[in-house]
Design a protein around this ligand. Structure first.
Ligand code: NAD
Ligand code: UDP
Length: 345
């Protein structure tokens, strides 16, 4: 029955339903590079549920078998242990490039390999896209804005990045990858989609990931001191993983003329001290906060302007920080309990 659509949220819901229907009707062969990682494993699960066939390509440097174990029962799911620094040649209709360590201690452990992963990884996957005609998604980052002088960050801000420091391998690697995406689109008509992802958290993060949300939750659950770097007045905006994956889908479903880059993140901005207080409250922990030195070039503030995503994708995050934190705390609580039992057993 045809009837007028009255409000924007109803329109967006209808649009979402049509997209799901569309993707259900056309199962595709999709390569997810970095599919065993935090975000990649959620993406693989989502795409499998939509009926697609997934090849997860991962070198398992920060990714975990545990993240994808539950997907092994799908015969449409396969895993190739491979480093994207080397070329790969398989027949696919779509590519998501998420392969890259995302946590500062992990990406700084082997900075040369991080840079190679971003640049050669993007190059190899773009060449595959050019050969197969696959649409390709790039997981870019808010780090392209560096320590931003414009707040909140809009996509046409060029950023304030140090090219010569401990964060540079990641920030400049991701910036170079964006350039390669742009060039392959201009020169070879490759269909590209670039998402600039802001701090995202949720289940499937490693307990030793090193990023702030997992660190604070694990410390609170173990009754250890909560490590605030600097005075904790720096800010971040935290997006729950389910919201982000929804944004990936909506971006990938846009018209070929829309290539981004587009910010995906939650505009709710919190100081690191406020985050610590929330985690202590929600876990009921007796942990105390302690101050540690602020890492070099740590950005002072970060908040996405998501007007473009709202306008072009009809997307915005729906999960408030407290709800997302509760779900993540449940995940880590179960994980730590299981690990303790394995230890005793
Ligand atoms: P993660 O470290 O959990 O996942 C990265 C995955 O890529 C892991 O499975 C790892 O083993 C794999 N990988 C790393 N180097 C590889 C290589 N050379 N070859 C093949 N596989 C490789 O990180 P994440 O949080 O899931 O991030 C996924 C992507 O999203 C990354 O590209 C990251 O830069 C980007 N991103 C994430 C966030 C966030 O807040 N989570 C923010 C901005 C951008
Ligand atoms: N941070 C902190 N304690 C920790 C881990 C991180 O205070 O145990 C701070 C870090 O200095 C930064 C913010 O939290 O200001 C976010 O850090 P994260 O590594 O999660 O992400 P990024 O700096 O890449 O945004």
């Amino acid at each position: 029955v045809m009837r007028p659509v009255n409000d924007r949220s109803e329109f967006n819901k209808l649009l979402g339903d049509i997209r799901v229907l569309h993707s259900k009707q056309q199962p595709r062969h999709i390569l997810v590079a970095g599919g065993a990682g935090f975000l990649g494993s959620h993406l693989c699960e989502r795409l499998l549920k939509l009926g697609h066939s997934i090849v997860c390509v991962d070198n398992f440097s920060t990714g975990l078998e545990r993240n994808i174990h539950h997907l092994r029962s799908y015969n449409r799911f396969s895993v190739i242990r491979h480093d994207v620094v080397d070329p790969i040649d398989i027949e696919v209709d779509e590519i998501y490039n998420l392969a890259c360590p995302a946590s500062p201690p992990h990406y700084q452990a082997d900075p040369v390999h991080t840079m190679k992963t971003s640049v050669f990884g993007a190059l190899n996957l773009l060449e595959l896209a050019a050969r197969t005609g696959a649409r390709i998604f790039q997981a870019s980052t808010s780090e392209v804005y560096g320590d931003p002088l414009v707040h909140p960050q809009v996509e046409n801000y060029w950023g304030n990045v140090n090219p010569f420091g401990p964060r540079s391998c990641y920030d400049e690697g991701k910036r170079s990858a964006e350039t390669l995406f742009y060039d392959f689109h201009q020169r070879y008509d490759v269909e590209i989609k670039i998402a600039r992802i802001f701090n995202t958290y949720g289940p499937h993060m490693r307990p030793d990931d090193g990023r702030v949300v997992s660190n604070f939750i694990v410390q609170a659950l173990k009754g250890q001191d909560i490590t605030i770097y600097g005075d904790g007045s720096q800010t971040r905006s935290f997006c729950f993983v389910d919201d982000l994956i929804e944004g990936f889908q909506q971006l990938m479903a846009t018209d070929p003329s829309f290539i981004g880059p587009v910010n995906l993140g939650n505009p709710g901005e919190f100081t690191i001290l406020e985050l610590a207080e929330q985690v202590i409250k929600l876990t009921g922990s007796r942990s105390k906060t302690i101050c540690k030195p602020l890492p070099t070039d740590d950005p002072r503030q970060r908040r996405p302007d998501i007007s473009l995503a709202q306008e072009r994708l009809g997307w915005q995050p729906l999960v408030p920080l407290s709800t997302g934190l509760e779900k993540t705390i449940c995940y880590f609580d179960r994980l730590l309990t299981e690990e303790a039992h394995e230890w005793v057993g």
